[in-house]
Design a protein around this ligand. Structure first.
Ligand SMILES: [Zn+2]
Length: 391
């Protein structure tokens, strides 16, 4: 087969065509960029260098020379809000909304931005009314996301449930965990007014929404205990083992107390001892220790802590061991031991805290809703030292 040399002539032709195409693009780009004032590029540059003050200065200059450019006003409004200058952001977005030349999408965008300004300023009612106006628009999903936050802050749990369901529909993200917590919040409010029946119904709805909602089972157990139904209360709390056994540490003490009250201390002790062996945790060890004191006395309780410290050598367990030793000591030995314990106490203070897996906020009390980042179910039922040491 002979080689067709005329093909070689095609290569320079392709090269020339490619060069021409590139020239045309560059020319277009040059003509577009010539249409933009220098202040715009300066502003952009300052933004990229995170020099917000200078960026605002440059963008304001652009806005003054070209008041019709809505995008610059949007950019400035967002910058003001990010810097915490909410009043200026509100003014900027309000002015945009008053402009008759905005198209439909830009008007929705201005409403959405203004809603965020009000939200940041804490004017939740005004923010809510703007986000509600965005239902049925391209900003609907983002609006619902803010509405959920607003209803949570206002503790309007019924509306929070509705908005979460809509958000779930748009984003296909599972919101059932949060919705179950909203039902639990409703139940807490019911209990405050003494409406136990409604509280039980709300907790039932929480479990229907999320069968793994431990919080609902704990609260239902508490209600049954208050209604003098101790066995049902125990059954509820024991159900947590099927939901998430790590949370048994939150109810170990309650379970033993009720067994003890029923005159079945040994049965209760055996149960929580099994929990401790299957799902070791500091809180369960503490509960078993207390149960040991009731069932077998100080010496057995001391032996238990000693064996636990061999398995899990933590400062928290060591501190418990010192506490048990203090009981049997007297005189100078006791005061020396107290001195040692005081020093260990200082060190274990922060180790005994619960903490949020999401933002790391630590608290002495276990929370279902993080007070720092407002996330649900991000607190581990285990203490900081246990989590850090992966025990
Ligand atoms: Zn958090």
């Amino acid at each position: 087969m002979s080689f067709e040399f005329w093909w070689l002539l095609g290569f320079p032709l392709f090269f020339i065509l490619g060069w021409l195409a590139a020239r045309i693009d560059i020319k277009e780009l040059m003509s577009e960029s010539r249409g933009l004032p220098m202040s715009y590029f300066r502003g952009l540059n300052f933004l990229l260098n995170e020099q917000q003050d200078k960026a605002i200065e440059s963008l304001l200059e652009v806005a003054k020379n070209d008041p019709q450019t809505a995008e610059i006003h949007f950019a400035l409004g967002n910058l003001f809000r990010r810097r915490g200058e909410v009043e200026r952001a509100i003014k900027m977005h309000q002015n945009l909304l008053d402009r008759p030349d905005l198209d439909k999408e830009q008007r929705f965008e201005a409403l959405f931005e203004l809603g965020q300004d009000y939200f940041k300023a804490g004017f939740l009612d005004r923010a809510e009314s703007l986000f509600v106006k965005l239902v049925g628009t391209s900003f609907e999903e983002r609006g619902f996301s803010f509405l959920v936050d607003i209803y949570e802050q206002e503790k309007d749990w019924v509306k929070a449930i509705e908005a979460s369901r809509r958000l779930q529909y748009f984003t296909e993200k599972n919101k059932q965990k949060n919705i179950a917590h909203y039902y639990c919040e409703i139940a807490t409010a019911n209990l405050k007014t003494g409406d136990v029946t409604s509280a039980q119904k709300s907790l039932g709805k929480a479990l229907k929404e999320n069968p793994l909602c431990v919080r609902a089972n704990i609260a239902l157990g508490d209600i049954h205990l208050d209604k003098s139904e101790p066995q049902t209360a125990i059954d509820r709390w024991r159900g947590i083992e099927r939901q998430n056994p790590a949370y048994l540490s939150l109810v170990g003490q309650r379970i033993f107390d009720v067994y003890n009250h029923l005159g079945k201390a040994k049965e209760g002790y055996a149960l929580i001892k099994k929990y401790l062996s299957d799902y070791p945790s500091y809180d369960l060890m503490q509960a078993v220790y207390e149960a040991n004191l009731v069932c077998s006395g100080v010496d057995r309780a001391y032996e238990l802590v000693k064996s636990e410290i061999m398995k899990f050598p933590t400062l928290l367990t060591l501190n418990k061991l010192l506490e048990t030793q203090l009981v049997n000591l007297e005189g100078k030995q006791k005061s020396d031991m107290r001195l040692v314990k005081n020093i260990v106490d200082q060190h274990v203070k922060h180790l005994s805290l619960y903490f949020c897996d999401f933002c790391g906020f630590k608290a002495a009390k276990f929370h279902w809703h993080c007070p720092a980042c407002n996330s649900w179910d991000t607190y581990s039922p285990r203490r900081y030292e246990e989590r850090e040491g992966n025990l």
